[in-house]
Write a protein that binds this ligand. Structure first.
Ligand SMILES: [Zn+2]
Length: 415
């Protein structure tokens, strides 16, 4: 019998091209970062349309041709191997007040990908195979500096940039560089890194202890966690609050694990980091209300907040809330941070009451997460109705659209 040599089957995977994003920090001038993109094998890319947010990016150079229209750069790399280089001024003020959402001190830098990279739009040549990028983020740091990012670490200062839904992977999330401390812990399958800049008052071990108790509880409501979580803690003059990013968030190092009103910025931002739904404009109060309500409720469920303190937290929502306004349209912090979470507590109590304790707000949130649609007041009302098997429309009209404060005595919380 003759043996016939068969050709080895070609792999069905699409060809890849590679991108290295190299970020260089210089000790003499940490306020200006030098960014280089090194691209190889990009035969299938015609051009890039890069949209810069403001005037902090300067000295842009690259192979091929560069054409500017205001803050938009049309870059035609003009060959399979190409590079682009530019300088970014790190500091960016966040009004109102004298605080920053991106800042460089002498020995630390807190910033995020969207400050160092423009919005990237890629046009691929017509009729190309669906090539996918293999991208890395490489940091060149002064001696003694370290880096923390939300990306998967490949080597010391090199990270994988992965954006499964995109053909061209872009860096995302928060970064902290400098003489920083990194604390890591795995909680319920979620690798957590807490990165602390010099001068921050955060006790990272206590924060990891809090997450050890609360992450599993949140997972039971929101489902599987993000692949990784990075918490960036830095002192003034950074923003006095929390700022969420992709798989990461920033909280000012002066903010305690539990705020005087019993809620926790660290749990509020954890909720956002899960990115359970994409809110429409009129879904904002729901995403903020749930994040703030659960930041109180999770501490209570984890046995870290007494019934009395939990009740006090709920009463403070009523006191500091902004009432008699339409929650679905407002942008007022007092309404989003206090009225909205109180309404969430009230919805929880109502669902429990009409189902004789068989169901709760958790069930409505689980259903909402499962829908994967855009979050709006209407979609939220629908899942609340389904969970309670009751029509909440009149109650939403009163407490959401008219913004009437729910009665605390009806919820047995007194005044
Ligand atoms: Zn929030």
């Amino acid at each position: 019998m003759a043996l016939v040599a068969l050709p080895v089957a070609a792999h069905a995977t699409a060809p890849t091209f590679s991108v290295d994003y190299v970020v260089t920090v210089r000790r003499r001038d940490p306020g200006h970062l030098h960014v280089r993109w090194l691209l190889a094998g990009i035969d299938e890319i015609d051009a890039f349309r890069l949209v810069f947010r403001d005037d902090r990016t300067t000295r842009v150079t690259g192979t091929g041709t560069l054409a500017w229209h205001d803050h938009t750069l049309l870059w035609t790399p003009g060959g399979p191997y190409a590079h682009l280089a530019y300088t970014v001024a790190v500091e960016r003020r966040r009004p109102p007040g004298p605080h920053f959402d991106s800042y460089a001190g002498p020995d630390w830098i807190a910033t995020r990908a969207l400050h160092l990279f423009p919005e990237i739009n890629v046009s691929f040549r017509a009729g190309t195979v669906r090539a996918k990028s293999r991208a890395r983020l490489v940091f060149r740091l002064p001696r003694g500096w370290r880096v923390a990012t939300a990306a998967r670490r490949l080597a010391d200062d090199t990270f994988a940039v992965e954006e499964p839904a995109k053909r061209f992977d872009r860096p995302r999330g928060w970064f902290l560089f400098g003489h920083i401390a990194r604390h890591t812990r795995q909680v319920a399958g979620l690798p957590i890194t807490v990165a602390v800049a010099p001068g921050s008052g955060l006790d990272a071990r206590r924060l990891l202890g809090l997450y050890g108790r609360t992450v599993p509880l949140l997972e039971s409501v929101l489902g599987p966690p993000p692949p990784r979580l990075l918490v960036v803690s830095a002192p003034d003059p950074m923003w006095h609050g929390g700022l969420s990013g992709e798989d990461s968030f920033f909280v000012n190092g002066h903010i305690p694990l539990r705020s005087p009103d019993k809620t926790s910025t660290y749990l509020h931002e954890l909720f956002h980091a899960w990115r359970p739904f994409r809110p429409r404009a009129d879904g904002r109060w729901i995403s903020e209300g749930l994040a703030e309500y659960y930041s109180l409720a999770l501490q209570h469920r984890a046995g870290r907040l007494s019934d009395r303190s939990f009740a006090r937290g709920i009463r403070l929502f009523a006191r500091y809330g902004r009432w008699d306004i339409d929650l679905s349209r407002t942008r007022q912090p007092a309404a989003l941070n206090n009225s909205a979470p109180l309404v969430m507590y009230w919805i929880d109590q109502e669902i429990r009451r009409v189902t004789n304790g068989r169901r709760s707000l958790d069930d409505a949130v689980r259903m909402l997460v499962g829908e994967r649609g855009r979050l709006s007041t209407a979609s939220f009302l629908r899942v609340v109705n389904r969970t309670a098997d009751r029509d909440f429309t009149p109650l939403f009209r009163r407490h959401v659209y008219r913004g009437e404060c729910p009665s605390l005595s009806a919820m047995r919380l007194g005044n």
